[in-house]
Design a protein around this ligand. Structure first.
Ligand SMILES: [Zn+2]
Length: 92
Protein backbone atom coordinates (compact mmCIF):
# COMPACT_ATOMS: atom_id res chain seq x y z
CA UNK A 1 0.00 0.00 0.00
CA UNK A 2 1.54 3.37 -1.02
CA UNK A 3 0.89 6.69 0.71
CA UNK A 4 -1.83 7.77 -1.68
CA UNK A 5 -3.82 4.62 -1.11
CA UNK A 6 -3.41 5.03 2.61
CA UNK A 7 -4.67 8.63 2.40
CA UNK A 8 -7.71 7.57 0.44
CA UNK A 9 -8.42 4.81 2.88
CA UNK A 10 -8.28 7.26 5.79
CA UNK A 11 -10.62 9.60 3.99
CA UNK A 12 -13.11 6.83 3.44
CA UNK A 13 -12.89 5.91 7.07
CA UNK A 14 -13.47 9.53 8.06
CA UNK A 15 -16.48 9.74 5.78
CA UNK A 16 -17.80 6.58 7.35
CA UNK A 17 -17.23 7.98 10.82
CA UNK A 18 -19.08 11.16 9.89
CA UNK A 19 -21.92 9.10 8.52
CA UNK A 20 -22.05 6.98 11.66
CA UNK A 21 -22.04 10.15 13.72
CA UNK A 22 -24.99 11.60 11.84
CA UNK A 23 -26.81 8.27 12.15
CA UNK A 24 -26.07 8.37 15.86
CA UNK A 25 -27.56 11.88 16.13
CA UNK A 26 -30.57 10.73 14.15
CA UNK A 27 -31.00 7.73 16.44
CA UNK A 28 -30.95 10.03 19.45
CA UNK A 29 -33.73 12.11 17.91
CA UNK A 30 -35.73 8.98 17.18
CA UNK A 31 -35.18 7.76 20.74
CA UNK A 32 -36.49 11.08 22.07
CA UNK A 33 -39.69 10.74 20.03
CA UNK A 34 -40.08 7.12 21.07
CA UNK A 35 -39.65 8.10 24.71
CA UNK A 36 -42.38 10.73 24.35
CA UNK A 37 -44.70 8.23 22.68
CA UNK A 38 -44.01 5.67 25.41
CA UNK A 39 -44.89 8.25 28.07
CA UNK A 40 -48.13 9.04 26.29
CA UNK A 41 -49.00 5.38 25.98
CA UNK A 42 -48.30 4.77 29.66
CA UNK A 43 -51.42 6.78 30.53
CA UNK A 44 -54.13 4.12 30.57
CA UNK A 45 -57.18 4.77 28.45
CA UNK A 46 -60.20 5.43 30.64
CA UNK A 47 -62.92 2.80 30.73
CA UNK A 48 -65.58 5.42 31.33
CA UNK A 49 -65.82 8.99 30.09
CA UNK A 50 -64.40 11.48 32.55
CA UNK A 51 -67.20 13.96 31.78
CA UNK A 52 -70.40 11.95 31.49
CA UNK A 53 -69.38 8.50 32.75
CA UNK A 54 -70.52 6.67 29.63
CA UNK A 55 -68.63 3.52 28.53
CA UNK A 56 -65.77 4.28 26.15
CA UNK A 57 -65.76 1.53 23.49
CA UNK A 58 -62.74 -0.79 23.58
CA UNK A 59 -61.97 0.12 19.97
CA UNK A 60 -61.72 3.83 20.77
CA UNK A 61 -59.51 3.10 23.78
CA UNK A 62 -57.15 1.17 21.53
CA UNK A 63 -57.19 3.76 18.75
CA UNK A 64 -56.62 6.72 21.08
CA UNK A 65 -54.06 5.74 23.73
CA UNK A 66 -54.73 7.54 26.99
CA UNK A 67 -58.20 8.64 25.94
CA UNK A 68 -60.27 10.06 28.80
CA UNK A 69 -63.44 11.25 27.05
CA UNK A 70 -66.17 9.64 24.96
CA UNK A 71 -66.63 10.79 21.37
CA UNK A 72 -69.44 13.20 22.30
CA UNK A 73 -67.58 14.90 25.13
CA UNK A 74 -64.38 14.99 23.07
CA UNK A 75 -66.06 16.80 20.18
CA UNK A 76 -67.88 19.08 22.63
CA UNK A 77 -64.65 20.03 24.38
CA UNK A 78 -63.02 20.63 21.00
CA UNK A 79 -65.91 22.91 20.03
CA UNK A 80 -65.58 24.79 23.32
CA UNK A 81 -61.85 25.18 22.72
CA UNK A 82 -62.58 26.48 19.21
CA UNK A 83 -65.02 29.01 20.67
CA UNK A 84 -62.37 30.28 23.07
CA UNK A 85 -60.42 31.48 20.05
CA UNK A 86 -63.08 34.08 19.29
CA UNK A 87 -64.62 35.13 22.63
CA UNK A 88 -66.15 38.26 21.08
CA UNK A 89 -68.81 36.16 19.35
CA UNK A 90 -70.33 34.97 22.58
CA UNK A 91 -72.94 37.38 24.00
CA UNK A 92 -75.84 36.75 26.35
ZN1 LIG B 1 -68.72 11.66 27.66
Amino acid sequence: MNDLEKFEYNNEEEAEMAQLHSIHLHMNAVAEVQKKLATQKSIPSAEFCEECGVDIPQKRRELVPGVQLCVDCQSLSERIKANYRRPGDYTE
